[in-house]
Write a new protein. Structure first.
Length: 288
């Protein structure tokens, strides 16, 4: 049961995992997981190098590492509009990068395109290896069970963006299967308004090489991270499709709620235009 509005719940669960998903051989699955573990173990060394590198080299190293994680799981990355983020990063102009939330792979997608700071749930700090990398990337943590921590998180995001940083947030507040979506909560959009920086919609879509969307990479319900990792590793032909949309200036919205709605609409419009439903009837295509 959720304690407050910032602790939203998704109806997505095991029933979202139905359908015909092509799989690789058992030996290929084992190879993918073993390769991913090896790459993950290099993470702390990458984190240690960060302070020693110039900004461009630092971003290049992070981008390389996350792309290797995707490759280890057999995931192909397809990016549309990456130059939008690159221009902001090169000019050291701050922006709030708001993305839909489906999988643990989302953070791989964002940083494989453009390394940036992020807002994440406090539990991420305790994850092996990933927690250390998140700390090195100056992640802003939020305790979703403690609403009183929200103002300080918003203030920290505002200061980061005012200082010229790109910051990624997932305003749905929890993961969805990718065929269904949640409402964008407005709280984090206040940081963009206070910092007077634009919001850049970042759209994530997971599909197969045949063009059909798939729920295979989703990390939803009560399943463990290991279960999601194993399902992703056995999926054949997984494509991580990313669309970086045009920035939305905060002056175009009357308040944070309207800014969140405008961003949500831009993300949904892109998904509606690109999605091709898989070969089964999905039980939860309604939007919360």
């Amino acid at each position: 049961m959720r304690g407050h509005l910032w602790q939203p719940e998704s109806p997505c669960g095991s029933s979202c995992m139905a359908g015909k998903t092509p799989t690789v051989s058992r030996s290929r699955r084992v190879w993918r997981l073993a390769t991913a573990v090896v790459i993950l173990l290099t993470g702390p060394f990458v984190a240690l190098m960060m302070p020693l590198l110039a900004k461009r080299r630092r971003e290049g190293a992070v981008r390389w590492w996350f792309r290797r994680i995707a490759r280890a799981f057999g995931v192909r990355i397809e990016v549309h509009g990456a130059k939008v983020l690159q221009e902001y990063a090169d000019a050291e102009r701050g922006a709030l990068v708001a993305s839909n939330h489906i999988s643990w792979l989302d953070i791989v997608a964002v940083n494989a395109v453009q390394p940036m700071r992020a807002q994440a749930k406090k539990e991420v700090a305790t994850w092996p290896i990933i927690g250390k990398l998140a700390g090195a990337a100056r992640t802003v943590y939020l305790d979703r069970e403690n609403l009183r921590s929200l103002p300080s998180a918003v203030d920290e995001l505002m200061k980061a963006m005012r200082g010229g940083s790109l910051v990624n947030v997932s305003p749905e507040g929890t993961t969805w299967c990718g065929l269904a979506s949640g409402r964008f909560r407005p709280a984090m959009f206040q940081a963009a308004i206070d910092a007077d920086v634009p919001v850049i919609p970042f759209v994530l879509r997971y599909r197969l090489t045949n063009g059909h969307d798939t729920t295979a990479p989703a990390f939803i319900g009560d399943e463990t991270l290991i279960t999601s990792l194993r399902r992703t590793a056995r999926t054949k032909g997984l494509v991580m499709e990313v669309h970086v949309l045009d920035p939305i200036e905060p002056s175009k919205a009357a308040n944070r709620k309207e800014l969140a709605e405008m961003t949500q609409a831009a993300v949904r419009d892109t998904l509606n235009r690109t999605q091709t439903l898989p070969e089964f009837e999905h039980p939860k295509l309604a939007v919360a």
